[in-house]
Design a protein around this ligand. Structure first.
Ligand SMILES: *[C@@H]1O[C@H](CO)[C@@H](O)[C@H](O)[C@H]1NC(C)=O
Ligand SMILES: *[C@@H]1O[C@H](CO)[C@@H](O)[C@H](O)[C@H]1NC(C)=O
Length: 248
């Protein structure tokens, strides 16, 4: 049930979201798609103590055409099925969880949800999502701070969750990063969320540099997305040194 609720939130536009997309245009790129994403998220402070409704999610992910999303998510106010570090000796506020939210009607509309990784404020968590030979694999691993060493991973059969096409390449032309805040107190979001070392790799180089080079800091009224330090890691791979999502 929770996963179904999440699926609805994840595919619909959330009530309160700053959302940064990079969409490879199918026509002008000859059907190029993203096949790998890595990023590090820096665990922020918790929501203000007055906030009792949620959940609040911060994430970057890849969306296959036809719906659904592959997304390592830092979440508050939403339980994971279990935790890899249930006795972590710090307040259990934020957990990193790997979600595969299926396209509508696939996998009985049930998301694959990994066990969570509790992480403390200031911890850095390295995340990846990659498509390889019909499988989507995700990993999350705490690389510094109090939860260092805690990790989780998933590996799913892509066509069980997402629509396939003749290219059999995962079909994920849509990258995005988002603050996805649900509940009635989203206007109390009052802290920045920092992402670093963002690498987004495409199947080939078609359209990649032009698309990524066009990214500019912006606001959509629900917050600010400020990406900095763009470079091409290689011809197929965009790199951004950082992204900060901040409240309006
Ligand atoms: C994912 O699972 C498939 C099928 O069991 C396996 O062939 C593949 O090596 C796995 N990939 C990873 C990264 O674990
Ligand atoms: C984006 O972040 C950079 C580096 O922190 C800062 O210098 C710049 O003013 C910010 N730009 C906007 C539009 O917020």
């Amino acid at each position: 049930m929770l996963s179904l609720v999440f699926a609805l939130f994840a595919v619909a536009t959330s009530a309160w979201a700053i959302s940064w997309p990079l969409i490879l245009d199918a026509g002008s790129t000859g059907g190029n798609v993203w096949i790998e994403l890595t990023y590090t998220i820096h665990v922020p402070q918790g929501p203000p103590s007055t906030v009792t409704t949620g959940p609040w999610f911060f994430w970057c992910g890849l969306q296959p055409q036809g719906g659904g999303v592959v997304q390592p998510v830092l979440q508050w106010g939403e339980d994971a099925p279990g935790y890899v570090n249930p006795n972590a000796p710090f307040p259990h506020i934020w957990a990193m969880v790997l979600w595969d939210v299926p396209a509508s009607g696939l996998n009985n509309d049930v998301s694959r949800i990994s066990n969570g990784v509790w992480a403390a404020q200031g911890d850095q968590i390295a995340n990846s999502a990659s498509f390889n030979s019909g499988f989507w694999t995700q990993t999350a691993s705490v690389i510094s701070g109090q939860a260092t060493g805690a990790s989780t991973s998933t590996n799913i059969t892509a066509n069980q969750y997402f629509h396939d096409d003749a290219a059999h390449d995962g079909g994920a032309n849509f990258f995005l990063c988002e603050s996805e805040l649900d509940g009635q107190q989203t206007n109390q979001w009052n802290f920045p969320v920092l992402f670093t070392d963002i690498f987004i790799r495409a199947k080939n180089s078609n359209g990649v540099q032009a698309l990524c080079a066009s990214a500019r800091p912006f606001s959509d009224g629900n917050g600010f997305a400020n990406m900095t330090g763009f470079s091409m890691f290689d011809a197929n791979t965009c790199h951004f040194a950082s992204l900060v999502l901040t409240p309006p």
